[in-house]
Design a protein around this ligand. Structure first.
Ligand SMILES: [Zn+2]
Length: 262
């Protein structure tokens, strides 16, 4: 009897995860490529030794890539970049140039649409607004407003591994989850245990990303209209620290034709 009840209860739980979706066509946004590269900026927080940075990012990446049976693209860290800000593609033909950068200058951080000093990081996901193919994703960490830590028992500072792990969920196409225990919840959390919990994935995160990459590659609808520029903000207001209450989500479509006509 207990077992039967448990099955019913499990079947009745609604999914909490969300995917990014194209505005016009409501298609899930995800990578179509099977192999991606990322470069990590050498302009890094002074409080985190640079020697540990790539290993820390690889650890966060491993949480997502090492999921059994999950068809995520391979992502390799291929080196470093001396960058103070994100770089976004201009057309759908641009090759991905995925970066992890630490923005040290407060004005540079706030110059990004919707960015505030209560946001720890932002992931700029650029996707084809018709097919949903992600063509570039840069993670920007707010090094202007926060100090970071990698310690298991830190009493101050933002946990950088939790930050990387959360932002990588956006990198792969996940939006914020409604599950308060998920790594993809937008709230960084006020308790030390909650903050460290975001270092690893929960069932909701795993279900969300694996299901996203099970979706067959969509064909572009014949009557789709082009999208315009960058935009599309989502997120809620919160008094506490947030990973990134707002996602800057850029969609690019029809730029190919415009670029060639110039
Ligand atoms: Zn987020």
């Amino acid at each position: 009897m207990l077992a039967a009840l448990a099955v019913v209860a499990a079947g009745g739980v609604a999914r909490a995860y969300e995917w990014f979706a194209t505005k016009e066509t409501q298609r899930p946004e995800r990578w179509f490529r099977e192999a991606l590269t990322v470069r990590v900026s050498t302009v890094a927080p002074a409080e985190v030794p640079w020697e540990t940075m790539e290993a820390l990012y690889e650890e966060a990446l491993g949480s997502w890539l090492d999921l059994p049976g999950c068809r995520l693209p391979q992502v390799d860290v291929v080196g470093t970049v001396d960058a103070a800000d994100v770089t976004l593609p201009k057309t759908v033909d641009d090759e991905p140039d995925n970066l992890v950068v630490f923005i040290e200058d407060g004005d540079t951080w706030l110059a990004h649409e919707g960015a505030t000093n209560s946001m720890i990081a932002l992931t700029f996901v650029v996707a084809n607004s018709v097919t949903g193919e992600i063509i570039d994703a840069d993670i920007a960490v707010n090094d202007a407003a926060f100090a970071f830590t990698t310690s298991d028992d830190a009493t101050s500072g933002v946990d950088l591994l939790s930050t990387f792990t959360h932002e990588l969920g956006h990198f792969f196409g996940l939006d914020h989850s409604a599950d308060p225990s998920a790594t993809m919840v937008y709230d960084y959390g006020s308790s030390p245990s909650r903050r460290l919990q975001a270092r690893t994935l929960e069932d909701d995160d795993i279900d969300g990303v694996c299901a996203l990459y099970e979706v067959p590659l969509p064909e572009p609808p014949p009557s789709a209209s082009p999208g315009e520029g960058c935009g599309g903000c989502a997120g809620g207001g919160s008094g506490g620290l947030v990973f990134d209450a707002l996602m800057t989500l850029c969609v690019i479509f029809a730029c190919r034709r415009r670029a060639r006509s110039v």
